[in-house]
Write a protein that binds this ligand. Structure first.
Ligand code: ATP
Ligand code: MG
Length: 459
């Protein structure tokens, strides 16, 4: 069963009244996504980003403030939870302690209509118990089971009514590391065998990466990126996603854009069209349109650009009279400059002063200019001791070296960087001899990312 969310939004009103009223919380903010039939979607993000709320909206346990939930072609937005055909598993498995495993799994089947016979019920229990590999534990009570076994009972119970959609909210967080690993593989196997569309919530990026067909990274109720795990890892859309995925985390350090090139520690590191040159700022910049709209300008984007691109003309009597006092009467092309744009947007509702407008243009221009600080991201495993392609050198001051299985980690900092941001570089243990005893080494990056300080990815 395909699950589709359309502009799903949940706002929790801020508590209190008047001046003391807390701001509203946009727990889920305009989320649109599709989970394909039979696939596992991992919903990933930091605490408070809206994962559970999204799940509750899909389950029908919360009513959305806006947007819709579809299962296949059916609009489920106003269908009560018990009629949605979902199986739910929470972090605390909430098994009934006084019931046996068999009774726990069979419990949801009691309100199936038409009623199941005793034999039919037992058949379902046997079937799902076999699926989660607990068929020899059916007569035990929950307290006689390990955490992992209890978790599997909770999953069996969620599967017993053959849900169309399985919703799991941090189902593994009460398990120890080893059991977590084992149980997550179990969940994956069960999900594949039952072929049930599943949404799996976790804040553990490694868990999400390993179990999901697709991951969604959320922050502040907003979907940042949705794609196959490897794609999100390799092509993070912004600084937040780059930092959120990867263990050990990506190294982020300061770089600088100057005259269309990237500099690290004052030396040219890379060039490319991404590092736009100064000449590229134009009065046709979309940012100017956005500024105008924010300040009352009322016209569609298309007309605005058509007008400015000189397709429209203006009466010259807007222009000044010549020396002889003649006011020209023919039509001439609209000249594109700050003043003419300002006049034009004022005619269509712009409420700002000329100074406001001009300042906004200056700021945009500054932003587009190529002399600005940026953030450079390199994953620990993406360094190389030998030159790669035409990329420049990254000089690293070494603090110390750690052994990590077959590899070593160099902990240090990029030479010339202020502050205490450390970098971690993972290289094969054989390279140790080339590093040991050195205070500084030159490294190269097989892969790197460049971000605006605001987080937008440039390259
Ligand atoms: N019933 C509620 N009333 C008011 N605010 C709420 C309610 N439930 C959640 N919130 C707020 O909505 C936001 C999202 O919460 P949610 O529980 O969905 O986060 P989460 O991603 O599941 O976090 P965690 O990883 O900690 O479980 C948070 O800011 C939270 O405080
Ligand atoms: Mg939660």
């Amino acid at each position: 069963m395909e699950v589709r969310l359309e502009n799903l939004t949940k706002v929790f009103p801020g508590k209190g009244t008047g001046k003391n009223k807390a701001p509203d919380v946009y727990a889920v903010n305009d989320v649109t996504l599709t989970v394909e039939d039979g696939k596992l979607l991992g919903l990933l993000g930091p605490s408070g980003c809206g994962k559970s709320t999204t799940l509750y909206l899909i389950a029908g346990l919360h009513k959305p403030s806006g947007g819709k939930v579809f299962f296949g072609e059916t609009d489920m937005t106003n269908v009560p939870p018990e009629n949605r055909g979902i199986g739910l598993v929470f972090q605390n498995y909430a098994l009934y302690p006084h019931l046996t495993v068999r009774q726990n799994i069979g419990f949801p089947l009691d309100n199936v209509r038409p009623r199941l016979t005793k034999e039919e019920k037992e058949e379902v229990i046997q079937q799902v118990a076999a699926l989660v590999d607990i068929h020899n534990l059916l007569d035990r009570k929950p307290k006689e089971l390990s955490g992992g076994q209890q978790q599997r009972v909770a999953i069996a119970r969620a599967l017993s009514k053959h849900p169309k959609v399985l919703l799991l909210d941090e189902p593994l967080s009460n398990l120890d590391a080893r059991l977590r690993l084992q149980t997550r593989e179990e969940i994956r196997r069960i999900q594949r065998e039952a072929n049930v569309t599943t949404i799996f919530v976790t804040h553990d990026q490694e868990e999400a990466m390993s179990i999901s067909d697709t991951i969604v990274v959320m922050d502040h109720g907003i979907v940042q990126q949705m794609d196959a795990p490897q794609v999100v890892y390799d092509e993070p859309i912004n600084l937040f996603v780059a930092k959120f995925l990867g263990s050990p985390a990506i190294n982020i350090f300061d770089g600088e854009l100057k005259n269309g090139a990237l500099y690290i520690d004052g030396k040219k590191y890379d060039t490319g069209k991404e590092y736009a040159s100064k000449g590229e700022f134009s009065l046709l910049d979309k940012g100017i349109f956005a500024h105008a709209v924010d300040h009352g300008f009322k016209q569609l984007e298309e007309e605005y650009f058509a007008m400015l691109e000189g397709r429209a003309t203006r009466h010259v009597h807007d222009a000044e009279a010549d020396e002889e006092g003649n006011v020209p009467t023919e039509l001439v092309p609209f000249e594109l400059n700050r003043e003419s744009i300002f006049d034009y947007i004022c005619e269509h509702g712009y409420t700002g002063k000329y100074e406001d407008f001009s300042l906004a243009v200056d700021l945009l221009r500054e932003e587009k200019k190529n002399n600005r600080p940026v953030k450079v991201g390199i994953r620990p495993e993406a360094f190389s001791r030998v030159p790669v392609a035409t990329k420049g050198v990254i000089p690293v001051d070494i603090f110390f070296i750690e052994h990590k299985g077959r590899d070593i980690s160099i902990i240090g900092k990029v030479h010339g960087q202020e502050g205490k941001d450390r970098v971690r570089i993972i290289i094969p243990a054989e390279e140790r001899v080339n590093v040991i005893g050195k205070e500084k080494i030159d490294l190269y990056a097989k892969r790197f990312y460049v971000f605006e300080n605001s987080g937008t990815r440039i390259k």
